[in-house]
Design a protein around this ligand. Structure first.
Ligand SMILES: Cc1ncc(COP(=O)(O)O)c(C=O)c1O
Length: 494
């Protein structure tokens, strides 16, 4: 990459720096470095797909360790993960601060699990912190929280339930609007409002489709930079038929559409219509929330505030299962059995959310005064300021540079760059220069063999690295992608 500028980030301390805490485990069955599974004859395991439901078996690639954006594979090689372990780990693998906070919780007698019928100061601490943030950045709305879902799918369904519940007194409001290419999860509610579904009509879960879901085209601008005719039509339809709708659900960055970013102008106009027609506007921020666009949620980026936002994934950065909805109080009623998932009472996930907030936004007041004096200096500085202010812009710049170099190096194969912040796309071109899902799929598949992990997003590659990816890791990923493109171009020429 251009120039060998110093990587100025304070590399986060590694979890292994905490080794003195774990010496008692070494060599015993408690030692996590021991191989976890071997065949009865002592050989290391081979992938055994027959054990699993079809489609859920792990791939032959096996990750045995990781730090930041780097994975160590079972054969000793390394892979740069440009998709944050499939979009969750905004802080990379094994964030030392999140782990430290979890370790301190685990070693205490604080409850590791508290059912919803009991309160707990940690639960209130996290709720209070989130509530303050959402209400301070929420454009004057009065937001309430539900922190009792485990998956993004569960939280999407909860949001749909809350919107449906709020429309109870208007029996004419039965429709929900969603958009082409959307994915909102794998449970019944999520599937029914998604477009991106496996094998339509295959009887997925009780129902193939819901007659009250209306799918609109992907909101986009035309070549003149203004909202396209189809997009304006969608707005006009919603304005005309608004009284029939209880909700509109959309992803601000529906990445499966070649990492498309919904125009803010569309969001603004949609907000106006939803307000005027009392439709619940739901942002599904499971992908973009918690850091990937430089903020906790998209209202901070777009200035458009939904009635309900759904967050998951980055929330715990992969250190536990938890998702949430944040809802304007008018849409903030949920009824049993919704909103009370058993495993969401796991305290370690709440510790993780709290620690991820420490990392992203920084710690202040008495917490900052009580930071351990033995923390590595760089980590302490990051914790005082928050990675969104110390590191986000630098990481976005690194990714920009990488995408620019790839476009220059491979003009026949790499088309436009798409996306925003840390959710980026690179359109792949076929031999005729047309955007090609086949080429994107091939590159994503081949790339792991060269040392990087990316995903396919329609005609584009999806690049969604963690916030703490280092310059060295980006350089290695650039090298891996370059060699992949050469190989795929070579096979095309042959
Ligand atoms: C936009 C969006 N919504 C919802 C979900 C569902 O989240 P989960 O897999 O945690 O159930 C996903 C998962 O990828 C997603 O991308």
């Amino acid at each position: 990459m251009s120039g060998a500028a110093e990587d100025t980030t304070s590399a986060p301390a590694a979890v292994r720096d905490l080794e003195p805490l774990t010496t008692a485990f070494r060599g015993t069955v408690l030692d996590p470095a021991r191989p976890q599974y071997r065949r009865p004859d002592g050989r290391p395991y081979d992938p055994e797909p027959a054990m699993f439901t079809r489609g859920s078996a792990p791939r032959p690639l096996s990750a045995v360790a990781g730090r930041g954006a780097t994975l160590e594979l079972a054969d000793g090689s390394e892979l740069v993960d440009l998709c944050s372990m499939t979009e969750n780990t905004v802080l990379g693998l094994n964030d030392p601060w999140v782990k430290l906070r979890q370790v301190s919780h685990v070693l205490s007698e604080r409850p590791h699990y508290v059912t919803v019928r009991f309160g707990n100061d940690l639960y209130y601490r996290v709720a209070n912190r989130l509530s303050r943030h959402f209400n301070e950045t929420g454009g004057g709305k009065d937001y309430v929280l539900n922190l009792r879902e485990c998956t993004g799918s569960g939280a999407v369904e909860l949001a749909l339930h809350a919107a449906w519940r709020a429309a109870r007194t208007s029996p004419g409001r039965r429709k929900v609007a969603s958009f082409v290419g959307a994915f909102h999860g794998s449970n019944l509610g999520g599937v029914l409002v998604s477009d991106h579904q496996p094998e339509r009509g295959s009887g997925r879960v009780l129902l193939d489709r819901a007659d009250n879901t209306e799918q609109f085209p992907v909101p986009e601008t035309g070549p003149d930079g203004r909202l396209s005719a189809g997009t304006l039509d969608a707005l006009a339809t919603l304005e005309r038929d608004g009284e029939q709708y209880f909700a509109v659900i959309l992803e601000p960055i529906p990445w499966r559409n070649a990492v498309h970013v919904v125009p803010v102008e569309f969001l603004r106009r949609l907000r106006e219509i939803c307000t005027a027609k009392s439709i619940c506007l739901i942002f599904d921020e499971v992908q973009n929330g918690f850091g990937f666009t430089g903020s906790i949620w998209y209202g901070e980026v777009s200035g458009v505030h939904p009635d309900i936002s759904v967050l998951g994934k980055g929330l715990t950065s992969g250190h536990g299962a938890l998702s949430l909805i944040v809802a304007d109080r008018a849409f903030g009623t949920v009824e049993s059995p919704f909103g009370f998932k058993s495993n969401s009472a796991n305290m370690l996930s709440l510790v993780a959310v709290d620690a991820v907030l420490d990392r992203l936004l920084g710690v202040a007041g008495p917490d900052a005064e009580a930071l351990p004096h033995w923390l590595p200096t760089g980590m302490e500085q990051d914790l005082r300021a928050g990675l969104l202010s110390t590191t986000y812009a630098r990481t976005v710049r690194l990714v920009d540079e990488m995408l620019t170099v790839l476009r220059h190096r491979f003009p026949a194969m790499v088309g436009r760059a798409a996306g925003t912040g840390l959710m980026r796309g690179l359109v792949m071109l076929d031999g005729d220069g047309a955007p090609s899902p086949a080429v994107a799929g091939e590159v994503a598949r081949v790339c792991t063999g060269y040392g990087a992990h990316v995903r396919q997003a329609g005609t584009a590659l999806f690049v969604k690295p963690c916030l703490v990816i280092t310059r060295r890791e980006v350089e290695r990923a650039l090298d891996a992608l370059s060699r992949t493109f050469e190989a795929v171009a070579g096979s095309r020429a042959g």
